[in-house]
Design a protein around this ligand. Structure first.
Ligand code: HEM
Length: 498
């Protein structure tokens, strides 16, 4: 397929002529410094969409903790220090609580009928409130506990099989499948993992949906080049994915509304949303499109983030045997040598909790958080930032700021013991879930899954590397995409402890 940027380069001479003829109308602004780009396309051709946070981290070393980019005709700033994250989220949170309107996200979110992608406003506030109170609250999350417990037990059983036959386990695969099963059961009340064609249909649709979120639509940055997205087939792919997903959600809704449906063993989020729709007690009328858009949010926001974090935690522990030994000793001693640890048991493990935090510091699943946009002009670090500027907060860089963290690149969970630093959005050097009005509302659900999965993996097995492999051989390469996944599968040997 012809790259959109190649097409742009071919059309560029004509546009340069237009630009130079009209350059007096292009105003200069006292904007933060940044890499020089080309007229019209700005820095678009220089950016690596796959590992953008790493590239922006390098650029912050050259241009400072706030720098600017030109993304086609749109301006962006990148914030890379805890001090400026605090200024942003404390002093200007309301102004930076919009999200940029991007073509693919708008389409797949039914034009922003959900929580992640709409701009700040009444409709976003209401739908977020409905979900925070009725779907994502700690109370509701604990009612889904039996789903997590059942599925984690199934995984442990499977790994026991691997342990007794000395078969190496691909932890990426096992943990992705587990997160996906937990979230599907939580959302739909059923699992798609072992249902043949249904399974591959579901996974195919969601992989394509993730690819559409990560894709670069030229029309987002240079609207008059929008035809390129048609030419490359990207728009048609998006339309098809939307159509297929819409049909899938509709089937799920129809299935749940079928009067002959057997009472499900587990009530899922779809059931909760359909009941709320009937009750009509909110300032907005919940429609099927709202429900479909919210389902998309849950699947997209929860599955990859949980899987990626558990894989990174195991990777870090295998690379740091001292920490692995210490955390397993804590879990097994304070856990009273129980065969299976329940969610309440895990709250007694301070070092384990510190391991999870340290994992989220070094391997935050959403390294650029979710981009924001200014709704009006504001001053940040003395710079005039106009309305409609895209704001990237580079969590990856902030979590490695040497002014905030000693030995920032080392995996040292002890740094969180005797420390009040937490991920609730008040400590701006540690923001894996973001901060301010748009902070992740899924923290209780995320923590419940991470705790249960990781604590039981560490309680039930000792972990070894396959023969001939040393801890130095475990790589930490990342897969391109919105969520920071480990690129190469982590193969390990689960051993039943003596
Ligand atoms: C380890 C797991 C997770 C991490 C690291 C994570 C991280 C994030 C981050 C960084 C944001 C953007 C916050 C901002 O703009 O300041 C976000 C937003 C969001 N997350 Fe999560 N998340 C996780 C799990 C979940 C789960 C389990 C759910 C729900 C089932 C969820 C639902 C959402 C939603 C709906 C938003 C949009 C909030 C808004 O724009 O108002 N997340 N998440």
């Amino acid at each position: 397929m012809v790259s959109p940027l190649v097409i742009i380069c071919l059309t560029l001479p004509m546009l340069l002529l237009f630009f130079f003829q009209n350059r007096r109308t292009f105003k200069k602004s006292p904007f933060p410094p940044g890499p020089k780009g080309l007229p019209i396309i700005g820095n678009l051709h220089q950016l690596n969409n796959s590992l953008l946070y790493l590239q922006l981290f390098e650029l912050s070393k050259k241009y400072g903790p706030i720098f600017s980019l030109k993304l086609g005709l749109r301006s962006a700033i990148v914030v890379s220090s805890p001090k400026l994250a605090k200024e942003l989220f404390k002093d200007h949170d309301l102004v930076v609580s919009d999200r940029p309107k991007l073509f693919g996200q708008q389409k797949l979110s039914y034009n922003g009928l959900e929580i992640i992608f709409p701009p700040y406003g009444e409709s976003w506030r209401e739908i977020r409130k409905i979900c925070v109170v009725h779907v994502l609250s700690s109370r509701r999350v604990s009612r889904f506990s039996s789903i997590r417990v059942f599925e984690v037990k199934q995984m442990i059983k499977k790994l026991c099989g691997h342990a007794s036959s000395s078969k190496a386990t691909n932890l990426n695969e096992v943990l992705m499948s587990l997160s996906s099963t937990i979230i599907c059961k939580t959302v739909f009340g059923k699992r798609y993992e072992d249902e043949g064609t249904e399974r591959s249909r579901f996974h195919g649709l969601f992989n394509e949906c993730q690819a559409m979120f990560a894709a670069l639509f030229i029309s987002d940055y240079i609207p008059f080049f929008g035809w390129i997205d048609k030419l490359t087939g990207l728009r048609a792919r998006l339309e098809q994915n939307f159509k297929d997903l819409d049909q899938f959600y509709q089937e799920v809704i129809d299935e749940h509304m079928d009067p002959n449906r057997k009472t499900p063993e587990n009530e899922g989020i779809v059931d909760v949303l359909l009941q709320l729709k009937k009750q009509r007690m909110f300032s907005i009328d919940l429609t099927n499109d709202h429900i479909k858009a919210v389902l998309m949010n849950m699947l997209v926001a929860a599955t990859d983030t949980t899987a990626a974090t558990t894989v990174w935690a195991m990777t870090a522990l295998l690379k740091n045997p001292r920490v692995m030994k210490k955390v397993q000793e804590e879990i097994r001693t304070l856990g009273g040598k129980k065969e299976f640890l329940e969610e309440d048991d895990i709250q007694k493990f301070p070092y384990f909790k510190a391991v999870i935090k340290e994992t989220l510091r070094l391997h935050l699943p959403a390294p650029l958080l979710v981009p924001r946009e200014t709704s009006e002009a504001c001053t940040i670090d003395g710079y005039e930032i106009p309305a409609k500027t895209i704001v990237y907060v580079n969590g990856w860089a902030i979590h490695r700021d040497p002014k905030a963290w000693k030995d920032p690149h080392e995996f040292i969970p002890e740094r969180f013991l005797d420390s009040t630093i937490d991920f609730g959005g008040q400590d701006f050097e540690f923001i894996p879930f973001g901060a301010g009005r748009r902070i992740c509302p899924g923290i209780p659900m995320a923590v419940a899954s991470l705790d249960l999965i990781l604590a039981n993996l560490l309680n039930s097995f000792d972990w070894e590397l396959p023969a001939g492999m040393k801890k130095e051989d475990i790589d930490t390469e990342m897969l391109p995409g919105i969520t920071q996944h480990k690129k190469n599968p982590l193969y390990v040997l689960a051993k039943t402890p003596m």
